[in-house]
Structure formats: C-alpha cells, structure tokens
Design a protein around this ligand. Sequence first.
Ligand code: XMP
Length: 310
Amino acid sequence: MDYDYFVKQQSEVLREAAGDGRAINALSGGVDSAVVTVLGHRALGDRLKTIFVDNGLMREGEPERVVSTFTAMGIPVERIDARDEFLGALAGLTDPEEKRRAVTTSFYQGVFGRVVRETGARILLHGTILTDIEETVAGIKRQHNILAQLGIDPEREYGYQVLEPLQTLRKNEVRALARHLGMGVELTERIPFPGPGLATRIVGEVTPERLETVRAATAIVEDELASSGAFQYLAVLLGDKATGIRAGCREFGQIIVVRCVASRDAREATAVELPWAKLQRICGRITELPGVNRCLYDLTPKPPATIEYV
Ligand code: XMP
C-alpha cells in the first residue's frame, strides 16, 4: 500500500468536506482513533478539535497518558471529565446490552452532543476500520456503526456529518500507517482496548468499587504479559462470588478471570498456552487484591466465546 498517496488522498477528502468549518474527533488512545487524530490534524490543523472523554472506565493512568502523548506530539487534546455521567448511566444495570447502550448513549447523546453544539463542528471524524464494518454487516458486532444502530441520523439529529478515513483499512494496515506517520510504539503497537472500556470486563453491575478491582487486576495482567507478544490480554471481574479462606477466616470473595489470546484481527482467537509459572505468578498477585480470592484462566477460543465478557 502506498501510504503517502493514502494520506494525501484522505487529507484532500477531509479538507473538502470541512471547507471553512470546524471538525471534531474523539481520541480514545487506541491506534485507530490515534491515527485519525494525526491524519486529521495534518489535514485541518487547528480547525480540528480533539477531545478525550474520561468516562471513568479507563485503565490505570490512561487519561493522563493519552493526553500527554499527544501534547508531546504538538496536538492539543481537551480532556472532558464525564466520569459521573457514565457511572450514573450504568448504575443498577446488569444486562450486557443495556450496559453497552448506556455507554454509547452517554457518549453520543450526552457528552459528544454537547461538545458538538458548543463548537459548532459540522464534521465528525471516526476511526471505523474495515473489520468493524464487516462484523457489523455480518451481525457479529453491535458496537460499531453505533449511531445508525441507535436510529440516529447524525446529519439530521445533530447537524454533523461522519467521516471515516480508515474504513478501507485493516488493523495491520492501520498500524503500518501509524508507523508511516511517525507515531511511537506506545501507540502503534498498543493492544486493543474496547470503547466501553472496563465496562466490557465487569459481569454484573459497574460500580466504582468493582471498577477499582478490575482496574487493579488489569494493571497486574498487563504488567505480567506485556512481553508475551499476545494479541490481547485482560482481566475480567465475574458477577459470582466464591468461598475462600483469608487470614484463617472463611471469606465469600470475588473472582477474576484472566484472558490472553492469540489472534490476527480479533475475528477469531485462541487462548495462549502461557507457562504455568507465569500463570501462578499472576494468580498470586491478583489474589492479593482486597476481596479477591480466586483467579481463573480462560481457555475458550473465539468462537464460541468472544474476547470480552460483556
Ligand atoms: P469481542 O469481545 O467481540 O471483541 O470478541 C473483539 C475485539 O473488539 C474489541 N471490542 C471493542 N472495541 N468497541 C471497541 O472499540 C467495543 O464496543 C468493543 N467490544 C469489543 C475487543 O477488545 C476485541 O479486541
């Protein structure tokens, strides 16, 4: 693929669509939205406003890390603190689809709608890639093409047009484009992290306490498996509890599942055969977390499982 040509062509499309107007995009820190951000700023300069929505569902230190990485690249990113709004919308929900809907609605109808109105932006840049479109069309995913799934015509509803500059690329091509654009390895090789964040890794209700547990477990798994070369690795908090023993007393505690998968593009995946000693180490660290007394390793391939749990 001729990435110079791709960048030139997409920049022309963006400039033409934006005209004299303003554009907006939301950066999550993932490679897709990161590439859209760099591409968009090269094409539109400060007519593109990039926001980072802190939904309270991010990993440890992630909001600060993402904003400072882009600031260092000369791209200003506005952090919007919407933690209460998202957690409020998730309170009391246990159904996976309702939880996903609460996150997307808080994002598009809440925070994003407000920012669009405030800035008067007419164009929204979105990091949709080819696999997202294929999986949505095949009915495998419901998280992409979300505005249409919510029955929202963005042009009519909010007065903005959605542009998807990466829609012909697959993940490996997005990573190659990121390298071509001179982005650092912390962005180009970042493991996938879902838009609804840690909410996809909590079975049952998402509460500040449960988020704290899964966030701490995630940090341990990422620390231990960073050099595994796996496609993705994560921690999940189950809705069930189990009896255990701590400090000589019986305790009804939380259960964390560790998942580590090999995959090409997330459409299919297999569990990685991790060394027993590594698994034991992870288990030891995770069961030191307050209230967690079990740690399981998930062997299930996709299909029939998905990679995330919600
Ligand atoms: P599943 O769980 O469907 O996930 O096997 C496949 C890949 O997609 C990621 N994923 C998401 N990414 N928004 C995203 O941007 C989402 O709602 C979402 N759900 C899952 C997941 O992490 C995996 O890499």
